[in-house]
Design a protein around this ligand. Structure first.
Ligand code: NAD
Length: 473
């Protein structure tokens, strides 16, 4: 079985810590690799390497940094099949789905890095009084990037582009549930030593990294619980944070929607990646007038998804990432059923190897149930019937999460009212739409720090102003 190492200053190193963890294929429950569990010593070495490399990296012209990052993106683009297979093996996603998201992230890495060429790192302003002001946007220094397992490669790449292009160096700590693809990603790296470092492990690596006194920015993507801990510690240390956290995204379906079209869109939004997307549709409010047809069509669509090993041709949904996640998902379903929900399809843990769970449609749900209040992160579509669009909006807004929301309606007034849902992104009659002009910040507990436009560069830099008076005559 392969044993993974840490990457410190472009050298693959044995860990200083002695404990190891195993990566398990969720489709077969077989261990496929072992890797360091993480230690403060390993983190210290990685942060020191990043700190040593930072002055040299930030001194390079931005054009050179962007060229190096783009060259890495080109190399990665030649290995997306291999990375997709690794994602499938470590967290179960079908290879084709993995490839789609990795391709997007690789293109995004090149594109976002290139945005640095238009970013105002230096602005010279001639003032009305004849004086001169120069605004400089300095890199912050060493950044920690801590990622989850649901899109392992994409989460790392999307965080790295602006941080690196702006002149920061980084230490990456991927999820202990998906270390394989990130390790391979960094084997393909061709940047100066210490610019990108990798420390493997769980919170034994994550916590000392997030709290390290040299780290200036913690870029964290993960759960609300861990985000809260990181935010609290960062506050004490006066570290900057970008926190991209969990969601419990609502969908409101108006009476004028075509029930079958909406059901097919919801089936995709609730079940793809086996429901393990931060913006999965997790609460569905459908107008009573079309509810019956909608639920029938949703259950039909759910039964149409092929669940299986992500390496097999035709598999649409792989297993959940591990047994712990499956227990959580099933606990939410059981809690809902105990409180009066109906199971239209799915809802049972299948026999056999692998952490599979069927696409499940629940009816008669309400906000007393975990499945309508806590992030489930599984292939569950809980459907509540509402008597008006207004009731749907009101219930959609009643959540401590605020990542994204979707509304299906053909009424322009209702479409406009959808913006009242507290969310970073609201989609009307689509899901996951929007291009590079996107700009948003999650609401409520779903995180802080804006995404899109130049926001990532603003977060990766610190503006400073230099003033000089008018030259004396
Ligand atoms: P998690 O919070 O359990 O773990 C995320 C990362 O934090 C892992 O690398 C983990 O090892 C590390 N970690 C754990 N404890 C830590 C500590 N005390 N200090 C520092 N690091 C620590 O999340 P997860 O289960 O890996 O991922 C799923 C979550 O991520 C879901 O809530 C999902 O919604 C969220 N997510 C959000 C976005 C977004 O863009 N908002 C994107 C993807 C996933």
């Amino acid at each position: 079985m392969k044993t993974l190492k840490n990457l410190i200053g472009n050298t693959w190193e044995e860990p200083r810590g002695t404990e190891y963890l195993e990566a398990v294929d969720p489709a077969t429950e077989e261990a496929v690799a072992r890797f360091p569990a993480g230690s403060t010593d390993d983190v210290d070495r990685a942060v020191e390497a990043a700190d040593r490399a930072q002055p040299g990296w930030s001194a390079l012209p931005v054009t050179e940094r962007v060229a190096l990052i783009s060259a890495w993106a080109d190399t990665v683009a030649g290995h997306t099949d291999e990375l997709a297979e690794l994602e499938c093996r470590e967290m179960g996603k079908p290879v084709g789905t993995a490839r789609t998201f990795i391709d997007g992230a690789v293109a995004g890495l090149g594109g976002v890095a290139a945005e640095a060429l238009g970013y105002p790192f230096e602005q010279d302003i001639e003032r009305a009084d004849g004086g001169h002001t120069r605004i400089l946007r300095h890199p912050l220094g060493v950044a920690a990037v801590i990622t989850p397992w649901n899109f392992p490669v994409a989460m790392v790449l999307s965080a790295l582009g602006p941080l690196l292009a702006a002149g920061n160096t980084v230490v990456v700590k991927p999820s202990e549930r998906s270390p394989l693809s990130t390790a391979r990603l960094f084997e393909l790296l061709d940047l100066p030593p210490g610019v990108v470092n990798l420390v493997l492990g769980d919170s034994r690596a994550g916590a000392p990294l997030a709290e390290h006194e040299t780290v200036q920015l913690v870029h964290f993507t993960g759960s609300v619980g861990v985000g809260r801990t990181i935010g609290a510690n960062a506050g004490r240390q006066l570290h900057r944070t970008v926190l991209e956290l969990g969601g419990k995204d609502p969908v409101v379906i108006d009476a004028d929607s075509d029930p079958k079209t909406a059901a097919e869109a919801v089936a995709f939004g609730a079940f793809v990646n086996t429901g393990q997307i931060c913006t999965s549709m997790e609460r569905i409010y459908v107008h009573r007038e079309i509810a019956e047809e909608f639920v029938d069509a949703l259950a039909t669509a759910a039964r149409g998804f092929t669940v299986g090993d992500g390496r097999q041709e035709g598999t649409v949904l792989g297993p959940l990432v591990d047994g712990r996640q499956r227990e959580l998902v099933h606990r939410h379903v059981t809690d809902a059923v105990d409180r009066g929900a109906g199971v239209r399809t799915g809802g049972a843990v299948p026999d056999g190897q692998g952490f599979f769970y069927p696409p499940t449609v629940l009816t008669d749900v309400d906000e007393s149930m975990l499945v309508m209040t806590e992030e489930t992160f599984g292939p569950i579509a809980p459907v509540a019937v509402v008597d008006s669009f207004e009731e749907g909006l009101e219930r959609a807004s009643r959540s401590r999460f605020g990542l994204a929301a979707t509304v299906f309606t053909h009424d322009p007034g209702h479409a406009a009212a959808a913006a009242r849902i507290p969310a970073g992104v609201t989609w009307i009659n689509e899901w996951q739409g929007g291009g590079p002009e996107r700009l948003y910040e999650p609401a409520r507990d779903s995180g802080m720090g804006a995404t899109g436009a130049h926001a990532a560069y603003d977060a990766a830099t610190r503006p400073a102003s230099v003033h000089a008076p008018a030259p004396s005559a």
